[in-house]
Design a protein around this ligand. Structure first.
Ligand code: ADP
Ligand code: ZN
Length: 360
């Protein structure tokens, strides 16, 4: 078992990474000041796989869980679905101490977290992420949100969980493409913070893709630790936390141009990291060998390096619409080597367009 402590200014919690952790959630909750009613939010794919295990563990610990499964996919991250969950919570009589437990990927985590943050002005929130992406990314950091018809994640709150339980065995049923999407974020952590971890990923790529549980537990723990350290230093994303957006500026544009269906988040971030590396190289911040190493690892993980057929102009127009643009300038996260990044607001349009030309 690996434990990562997340220490924030006014709140701290533990991430438990343990094989068959889903069966131990009830036990782990016993120490917290909670009432007996609990609401498990999951999706229709994850529900038949893991909900019984979770509710069994909750019941054994004296909880009375109700389960609601929403349709899988981004469309469930809506105010309409949140409203349905509020209705259920009220009808079930959930009180201020009743936990809302997210069992699923990022969609379920963001949605259930948003409901937990707002129902009765906030009730205890427990995360049991079941995709690699959610395990290494959205389960740390306290961002919750639903989408608006005019944009993704526009309605949300920072809201920290009371406990996170990560079960690497749950990844055994994850579709291949989803696993790889999570690996893009894993590679990102190596690039932004940890050269040794980057090399470890290279060495262990076979075991990772074969979903060896011990290796997965190890890499999830390392990623959570890196993210927890960054978030602890900058909870509200005013400065340092921006480094977590490495590959995401162009990645978001790739996702948007593809109508959020052609490339998933991780694939788009892989293309975005490649482009960010090319920008870094053209500014003399990193070497061509660094870029080659990144490309090789992404390749090994089965991730795309380019979005063929996309037009640079179209991608560029999405860049400036990204909500992280402050006073007209993009905060670029650039590589200064494998394991180190810096933020720059001084990248010219010509440099960006030249990099985009190389990833289409
Ligand atoms: P993300 O975490 O990538 O944001 P989603 O919440 O959209 O992802 O989940 C991606 C897909 O994987 C969904 O269709 C979801 O139902 C499915 N899924 C999540 N976890 C598992 C799992 N452990 N096994 C099988 N399918 C899963
Ligand atoms: Zn991401």
């Amino acid at each position: 078992m690996v434990e990562v402590k997340v220490d924030l200014a006014d709140h701290s919690y533990t991430i438990h990474i343990l094989a068959d952790g889903i069966s131990q959630v009830g036990q782990l909750l016993k120490g917290l000041p909670l009432s007996g009613k609990a609401l498990v939010v999951t999706d229709e794919n994850v529900c038949p796989l893991y909900a019984d295990k979770l509710t069994g563990s909750l019941a054994a610990a004296g909880f009375h869980p109700a389960v609601i499964a929403v349709p899988p996919g981004e469309s469930s991250k809506s105010l309409a679905t949140a409203d349905m969950l509020y209705t259920q919570a009220i009808t079930l009589g959930l009180d201020r101490k009743s936990p809302i437990i997210a069992l699923g990927g990022g969609v379920v985590g963001d949605l259930a977290g948003f409901v937990a943050a707002t129902y009765l002005r906030g009730v205890p929130f427990i995360q049991v992420p079941t995709t690699l992406l959610a395990q290494v990314d959205s389960s740390v950091g306290g961002k919750t949100a639903v989408n608006h018809s005019l944009g993704k994640n526009l309605i949300g709150a920072f809201y920290q969980p009371g406990l996170v339980v990560i079960d690497p065995l749950a990844l055994s049923t994850l579709p291949e493409r989803e696993l790889k999407a999570g690996l893009a974020e894993v590679v990102k952590y190596g690039v932004i913070a940890d050269n040794t971890f980057f090399r470890y990923l290279n060495d262990r790529a076979g075991a990772i893709l074969a979903r060896d549980p011990a290796t997965l537990a190890e890499i999830i723990g390392r990623c959570c630790k890196i993210k927890a350290d960054v978030v602890a230093q900058d909870e509200r994303e005013t400065s340092l936390r921006m480094i977590l957006n490495f590959g995401h500026t162009i990645g978001h544009a790739v996702e948007a141009v593809g109508g959020y269906s052609e490339y998933n988040h991780g694939e788009a971030v892989a293309v975005g990291m490649h482009a960010a590396a090319l920008i870094s190289q053209s500014l003399g911040l990193c070497s061509s060998e660094d870029v080659i190493e990144l490309k090789q690892l992404l390749n090994r993980m089965g991730l795309p390096l380019a979005a063929p057929g996309y037009r640079p102009g179209e991608l560029f127009s999405y860049l400036v619409r990204d909500k992280k643009v402050i006073s007209g300038k993009i905060n670029w996260v650039l590589m200064t080597g494998i394991g180190q990044v810096k933020i720059s607001r001084e990248v010219t349009e010509v440099t960006v367009r030249a990099a985009l030309e190389q990833v289409i």
